[in-house]
Write a protein that binds this ligand. Sequence first.
Ligand SMILES: [Zn+2]
Length: 436
Amino acid sequence: MLNLWRKSFGQRAEMQAARFHLSVIRGTGQSGTCRSRFRTTALHTPSDTEVAIKVAAAAACALGRISVRPAATFGTLALAPGPPAVDSSSGVGSTTVVAAAAAAAAAATAAPLPLPGPPGVLVAYYADHWRVPLPPGHRFPMEKYAATHGSLEADPSLEGLVQLRAGPPVSMEDVTLVHEKAYVERFRCNRMTEPEMRNVGFPWSEQLVGRTFASCGGTVAAMHVVMQQGEGIAGNIAGGTHHAFRDRGEGFCIFNDIAVAANVAMRDYGLDSILVVDLDVHQGNGTADIFGKDPRVTTFDMFGDRNYPWKTRRTNTYDIPLPDDMGDEDYLGLLRSWLPRLLRDHRPQLIIFQAGVDALKGDSFGRLGLSRSGLLARNNLVYGTALEAGIPLVITMGGGYTRPMDASVSCHTDVYRTAAYRLSAWARARQKLQQR
Ligand SMILES: [Zn+2]
């Protein structure tokens, strides 16, 4: 039955050249195991949707008790156990199951997957449509997000190379793949204790909640963009909040967008090898902790050994602690030697880049000594590696704390500008090759 179903759905999908992700998850009573994944494009007509519903229903019956989850809905629909009432000639399941699947598909239209970008154009999300009030003299440069966004927008050399989009709020279903629901709710409803908020480092406000959801949602959306394209780069001019743990925030980080996006990618696209390249000057302790026991996610982290975190440091798959004042040459030599090895040993299907620029010499929270051009070379190394290997890459912003903030903002802007240049050159080169 399943083979027949797969075959007919596949053919239909090919004919439609559609983009629709349908995950069928076997309901084992424990956490769902991805049993099968079907990828096609969007369902353009009601009859396409109907086909998908019928296919899902047929699968439901064939597998017994399962959850059918059209990826676009971000809503899981649990189907009750029942006798497999499948008409194998038509592949249509029982009416009840069809009706339940129809309800899930109806919800799909409410939360569509983000559209992929035009070929060779960098899609970048931003979260600075939420302005977070901080007390005067607060040490976190919240304005750097809008400043980076603004300088990308104002750069005439980027005309037609970047598409900026407002980060959508992450859904509760996605964020709770990583974070404890009680923690998310406590934060959302301003019920966190004073010590909890002190650990985070921000005073609570509604804007902070809005921004935090949008920042995490931007990374998830960027992940969807590159996964649908199957290659290329997309970014979030926010996020990289790698100090957030499952049940608590720390160091200006509330939700771990990297971990959430990786988990959504594993759930929706069935990935089993994701590489996190964390080049922020601080160790990504939250990400390391979250993926400590998950063999599907490799975390590679180069950080200043004498930098925060000290007490809450965790073990990454690869920890590369660096001495104070390390300069461009040594740093780039290390990165250059590691990247090919990581690709060879782990064959990642997605790379998430924490592109913090606080390794810049003079950063007020960092202790390394990279120059702006060293960071630029760093970005190029990461982008070149991903593009040449055909691995989708998501950029998250991370730290950057020079005072005044201009030097950090220039380096943050470089991160996205370089990505846009590289992506467009790569797309043009490929087009030329195809025309030959
Ligand atoms: Zn940092």
